[in-house]
Ligand binder design. Structure first.
Ligand code: ADP
Ligand code: MG
Length: 338
């Protein structure tokens, strides 16, 4: 066969495989977009574990009519003007909406700040319709229906509605911790609802308690440490406050929720000889460092990061937690700082 250039729709479908793995990844992308748009209130509605319906409504800056078609087009973004080493937003790849639009029916309705009217585009089977007038007083509503209906191979790998809904809740929780000033409302069918009310920045612990559990605050030590320009803050649960899975380990790098091997393993190291095998410490840790010292552009889902000096970050986490535990009079069987 001769070499041919792939059809853009096919390219989007290929890219979609990496960006949207399951309904929770769609929620992550849409909520990140709402946050990037400066939303103060974000509503997430789901049905069928997100397979039937996902709707994210925000009160952010919106998208002007003339940019709506661009918003759902591959490699179109309003966020990368400063270059890859100056990323201040959660998104930057311009891939989420076109990817979603290639594996679901996608509609984006929006009213840009200062605009008199709202408009909507609809993407179906990679084909974009609109913009046509929509009824919306402000912000953006993105609706995703029938996710992966056209990609049976992917649909097969999805878990039960319940398990997918659970993953969506986890995704919202991770983002909710990073943005305590934003109100998040997640509603499922049968009127189930998770609500995180907005709190003042100095009440971040209130939001953490709402997400992780009210008893966490009473069983955690505050972490505040620095090593060679890398800052670590947050809360680490006492080793006695452990859990049977690692879901309640929340990591943020320059405000971005991440799930990174270096961090997961550092935390395991910090609790190593203090919790029983198969048990996990509970922690919410924020790492701030010069963006030049960390690469967030490792994977399309942006959950992995690469630290320039992973050993430094690991040592900082293990050292800071061990010190904080020692101050509380908690000691492991072998007190080893790294
Ligand atoms: P990225 O977020 O990487 O830029 P996306 O495909 O997620 O790529 O979104 C494309 C563009 O559409 C964004 O750059 C942004 O300008 C616009 N956009 C998407 N969602 C929203 C939203 N909820 N509010 C305002 N603008 C949005
Ligand atoms: Mg995005």
């Amino acid at each position: 066969m001769p070499i041919v250039e792939l059809d853009p729709f096919l390219i989007d479908q290929i890219a979609a495989g990496e960006v949207v793995e399951r309904p929770a990844s769609v929620v992550k992308e849409l909520v990140e977009n709402a946050l990037d748009a400066g939303a103060r209130r974000i509503q997430i509605a789901t049905a069928g574990g997100g397979k039937t319906l996902l709707r994210v409504t925000d009160d952010g800056n919106g998208i002007p009519r003339e940019e709506l078609r661009l918003a759902v087009r591959r490699h179109c973004t309003s966020k990368l003007s400063g270059g890859l080493d100056k990323i201040a937003t959660l998104g930057f790849r311009g891939e989420a909406l076109p990817s979603i639009g290639s594996v679901a029916r996608l509609s984006v309705a929006s009213r840009a700040k200062g605009a008199d009217d709202a408009f909507e585009v609809v993407v179906e089977a990679g084909h974009c319709e609109g913009p046509k007038p929509a009824a919306l007083t402000k912000g953006t509503v993105v609706e995703v229906r029938g996710l992966f209906q056209s990609v049976p191979a992917r649909l097969k790998f999805l878990k039960s509605d319940r398990a997918e809904a659970q993953a969506i809740t986890e995704t919202v929780k991770r983002l909710a911790i990073a943005f305590p000033g934003v109100r998040f409302e997640l509603s499922g069918p049968d009127r189930s609802r998770t609500l995180f009310e907005a709190v003042a920045p100095e009440a971040a612990l209130t939001r953490i308690g709402a997400v992780v559990g009210e008893d966490f605050a009473e069983n955690a030590v505050e972490i505040d440490a620095e090593r060679d320009g890398v800052f670590l803050s947050g809360f680490a649960g006492l080793p006695t406050f452990n859990r049977g899975n690692s879901l309640a380990q929340y990591f943020y790098v320059n405000g971005r929720p991440v799930r990174d091997r270096t961090l997961v393993s550092a935390l395991a190291g910090a609790y190593a000889d203090m919790v029983a095998k198969g048990r996990y410490g509970v922690a919410v840790l924020f790492i701030e460092l010069d963006p030049a010292l960390v690469d967030v552009n490792v994977h399309p889902a942006k959950a992995d990061v690469r630290f320039r000096d992973p050993g430094l970050v690991r040592g900082l986490i293990v050292g800071a937690l061990r010190e904080a535990f020692a101050r509380e009079g908690v000691r492991g069987s072998t007190a080893n700082a790294d």
